[in-house]
Design a protein around this ligand. Structure first.
Ligand code: PEP
Ligand code: MG
Length: 587
């Protein structure tokens, strides 16, 4: 058995060791089997029965998935039932059987090919997604032509699923069975449906593994390291042992996390703090709450655009926002209006190539430039606000005039909704992100114009220190503890608090234990981060005394360099609260 290692993208953390289960695709026939005229009626009946069986299966799968893993994954089957009932699907197959005098298998394969070509020519991500759904339904009908063959249940025991790709319903059915140890796929990435599902079911997964289906054989042993994005085929004993112990450590860590998620968010001396989640997809809401989030502190709405190449309609926006608001209710949801430009290029918006995109037409600047698009988004957010837990967050504010301009648009949208008697919450809080140094410097003026502030430390550090946040050559200069950064953050937090306004930090600093201690020391009580880091920050902040942290952070402000600050905070924390920095490193 040959030993080898393949690197991919880790999309769901954790480690699994086990035997492989190779999931083969349904291969549609390429052979046209002819039948005689008097067999045609029987063949049409065979097809009808296959449709009927598929419908029944989809319906019971929907119920099963709803029970096992919740509504948010069961909706796929509604879409599949709609495809099955599509007016043209069954007739187009029947016509082929009748006109060409052939088996139903050939008719399905022809229809499959026709759809594949059609979707390919459209070249649209959104439709491509529909293509995989259509393919999924056609595969089921195809398999149901031979009813004795088992279609749905993967009765393999405790194995690692290896496949080229998983269709949405395959992912939901396979992963919910409870016997898949891990997933290793050639296709897919962190935002694919399978990845989200794997994360929410806590199944390690690696994707983007080139040719893995060709490199493995039935009976091979595999290690899937979802944290590091690696798959090891037929590992020697020493490597197995190494990963076994890594796996145990990770599982201990997860158990600790789970316990922590349920604990009260209070420091040792009883000061409450709030941990919220940054999300990019509606499907992440459930994970966020299971990690102990008390709201969605940042929904990066530009991801609605990143997942498709056409423009989303108001209804598309509305559906997504209301889904999140409903799932999070009664907790708050901060919907950030699109933050395009900079490192996030959205081809469907046709933004001209800029020499310096980080300083260009991005975020609120873009929204004020394409006002029709902005109004569509504002309308959709307001329509989704009827549960009264929605907040609007504006990215990259630089000056007061931008707020004034957007308020005019915002009021126009509200007036329009009122005139059409469309319900919305008239008091949706409006907040500004503090990411541009100029905005931080006038935080005392800005804060009077909004209901709350949220500090985006990722961009604030980039612009304050003039260090590209994604350029590895200058990453050594990207220092959250640079005294200038500490001063500016302290100023913004204290300014908002003086004004009695809510203040949150939603950049990566909130997710780092040491930085969280510093932020708490500045008086910050609201931290928003990637859901996976919520338990560890809760652990950190629960393990410290607010008073003590305030004291050490105040002392740290007299230090001259980031390194001195870091060493001082570590040293002082370890002396009094060593538990605060435990659980720090593992992902
Ligand atoms: C930030 O800049 O800190 C932030 C939260 O926004 P993003 O990372 O999406 O730019
Ligand atoms: Mg930002």
């Amino acid at each position: 058995m040959e030993y080898s290692r393949i690197r991919g993208t880790g999309v769901s953390p954790g480690i699994a060791i086990g035997e492989i289960f190779l999931k083969e695709r349904v291969i549609f026939t390429t052979r046209k089997e002819l039948i005689s005229k008097n067999q045609i009626t029987g063949e049409l009946e065979r097809l009808r029965e296959a449709f009927e069986r598929t419908g029944a299966q989809l319906f019971s799968l929907k119920e099963e998935i709803r029970e096992k893993i919740g509504d948010e994954h069961a909706f796929i089957f509604d879409a599949h039932l709609m495809i099955l009932k599509d007016k043209s699907l069954s007739p187009s197959m029947k016509n082929i059987i009748q006109d060409e005098g052939c088996r139903a298998e050939w008719a399905i394969s022809q229809v499959h090919e026709k759809y594949a070509k059609l979707f390919d020519s459209i070249e649209d991500d959104y439709f491509r997604q529909r293509q995989s759904d259509v393919s999924d339904v056609l595969s089921k009908i195809y398999l149901n032509l031979k009813p004795t063959e088992k279609v749905e249940k993967d009765d393999h025991k405790e194995k690692i699923l290896v496949a080229h790709d998983l269709l949405p319903s395959e992912a939901a059915t396979s992963l919910s069975q409870g016997n898949i140890l891990a997933v290793a796929l050639e296709m897919g990435g962190p935002t694919s449906h399978t990845a989200i599902l794997a994360r929410s079911l806590n199944i390690p997964a690696v994707m983007g593994l080139r040719n893995i289906t060709k490199k493995v054989k039935i009976g091979d042993c595999l290690i899937v390291d979802g944290s590091d994005g690696e798959v090891i085929i037929n590992p020697p004993l020493a490597i197995r042992k190494e990963f076994s112990s890594k796996k145990n450590k990770y599982e201990d860590y997860r158990r600790e996390l789970k316990k922590t998620a349920k604990l009260e968010p209070k420091t040792l001396d009883g000061v409450s703090f709030f941990l919220l989640a940054n999300i990019e997809l509606p499907e992440e809401v459930a994970t966020a709450f299971s990690m102990g989030a008390e709201g969605i502190g940042l929904f990066r709405s530009e991801f609605i655009y990143l997942q498709r190449s056409s423009l989303p309609s108001e209804e598309d926006h509305f559906r997504i926002y209301s889904r999140i608001a409903k799932k999070a209710h009664p907790f708050p949801v901060y919907i950030r209006t699109i933050d395009v430009g900079g490192d996030k290029n959205l081809p469907q918006l046709k933004i001209e190539k800029e020499h310096n995109p980080a300083l260009g037409l991005r975020a609120i600047r873009f929204s004020l430039w394409d006002r029709d698009l902005f109004k569509i988004q504002l309308r959709a957010i307001l329509r989704a606000s009827t549960l009264r837990n929605v907040r609007i967050l504006i990215p990259m504010i630089t000056e007061i005039e931008e707020l004034a301009e957007l308020k005019i648009l915002y009021n126009e949208v509200k007036d329009d909704l009122r005139s059409k008697k469309i319900a919305f919450d008239p008091h949706v809080p409006l907040g500004a992100m503090i990411e541009v140094p100029a905005a931080a410097a006038i935080a005392d003026l800005l804060v009077k114009e909004v209901d709350y502030l949220s500090i985006g430390t990722n961009d604030l550090i980039q612009y304050y220190l003039a260090v590209d946040r994604s350029n590895e050559f200058v990453s050594y200069l990207y220092k959250p503890f640079h005294p200038s950064i500490l001063r500016v953050i302290k100023f913004v937090i204290e300014t908002a608090q003086k004004e009695g306004k809510e203040i949150t930090v939603c950049g990566e600093m909130a997710a780092d234990p040491l930085s969280a201690i510093v932020l708490l020391g500045f008086g910050l009580k609201r931290f928003s981060m990637n859901p996976i880091f919520i338990p560890r920050i809760k652990n950190t902040l629960r393990s410290v005394e607010y008073k003590y942290v305030q004291e050490i952070v105040q002392n740290a402000m007299t230090l001259k360099t980031a390194q001195e600050v870091e060493e001082y905070i570590i040293e002082k924390t370890l002396v009094k609260h060593p538990k605060a920095l435990l659980m720090g490193q593992m992902k």
